[in-house]
Design a binder for this molecule. Structure first.
Ligand SMILES: Nc1ncnc2c1ncn2[C@@H]1O[C@H](COP(=O)(O)OP(=O)(O)O)[C@@H](O)[C@H]1O
Ligand SMILES: [Mg+2]
Length: 273
């Protein structure tokens, strides 16, 4: 493993009954970068994160975090990782402070009241210390989930779709918080299905489709290498972007919209097999 590698995924396979969600995935995340896993719903992003967190045992392959094999040494990995799940479970009966205490206890850390308040302050939630989750807006709940992800002062932070469902202003707030995590020297691995978010926020991006990595590079390099030339009309009004890359690589948009060619092909296959 190279010195600057913090997460190393080798030949990862995840299988649910008859669905192969992740197929022989190889991926490395470097220390200190913001790495984005970009892909449509069902691509296998959350399944991959579950294996990194040790919530799910790989059906094949290995995941190492800072040299520790997640399947063999889950406790060592837990000490390094902070996690925000796709649907964060914020118990309705607990206040923001109590939620932070609860999650901290799960990590076996016990912050003082002042430390908890500093964490809430950092995420713009100082006024909400005594509020319960249902009294928080979507953006505030998401920020509380980010605060919880930092509760054990982790080296690596995993964020599963941290901005899905947020309004543009709240999304930008989350981006600022992710950038600050990077400034503090943490590594951030996030998933998103927003191309603009990946392009804006990530040092490198892995594009995942159907459980397979279809491309991995910096946003600019992905665009330079894979975006086809724009039509003269498009070229007059915009630059090539990651959406062009995804279309070129998979034949459809990230929202799953199939191109006509692929639909025709699918119909043809269906009639001949
Ligand atoms: N617990 C599960 N049981 C059965 N199938 C699942 C389960 N979780 C995910 N899948 C399937 O695995 C594939 C990948 O899902 P997931 O990893 O959640 O993708 P993503 O996070 O990229 O949307 C999808 O086809 C999904 O329906
Ligand atoms: Mg997911």
């Amino acid at each position: 493993m190279q010195a600057d590698t913090i997460i190393e995924i080798q030949h990862l396979c995840v299988q649910y009954n008859n669905v192969q969600a992740v197929k022989q995935l190889d991926l490395t995340v470097r220390r200190g970068e913001v790495f984005g896993m970009l892909g449509p719903n069902g691509a296998g992003k959350s399944s991959t994160l579950s294996c990194i967190m040790g919530l799910r045992r790989p059906d094949g392959g290995t995941v190492r975090v800072d040299g520790h094999d997640v399947a063999r040494d889950p406790l060592a990995v837990k000490r390094i990782l902070g996690v925000q799940l796709q649907k964060s479970a914020l118990f309705n009966e607990l206040t923001a402070v109590e939620l932070i205490e609860l999650y901290a206890a799960l990590y076996e850390v016990f912050p003082t009241r002042a430390q908890i308040m500093a964490l809430l302050e950092r995420f713009g939630l100082a006024q909400k210390a005594g509020a319960r989750a249902p009294q928080l807006s979507g953006g505030q709940q998401q920020r509380l989930a980010l605060a919880i992800a930092l509760v054990n002062n982790p080296q690596v932070v995993l964020l599963d779709e941290p901005t899905t469902g947020l309004d543009p202003q709240a999304r930008r707030g989350v981006w600022a918080m992710v950038r600050r995590m990077r400034e503090e020297g943490r590594t951030v691995l996030l998933t998103t299905h927003y191309m603009d978010e990946a392009q804006e926020l990530c040092d490198r991006i892995g594009i995942i489709d159907n459980g397979v990595l279809v491309a991995l590079d910096t946003p600019l390099a992905l665009i330079a290498r894979h975006a086809p030339p724009l039509s003269p009309q498009d070229a007059a009004r915009r630059q090539p972007n990651l959406e062009d890359v995804f279309l070129a690589l998979t034949g459809r948009g990230l929202d799953g919209e199939q191109s006509l060619v692929q639909d025709d092909e699918a119909r043809w296959l269906a009639t001949t097999t």
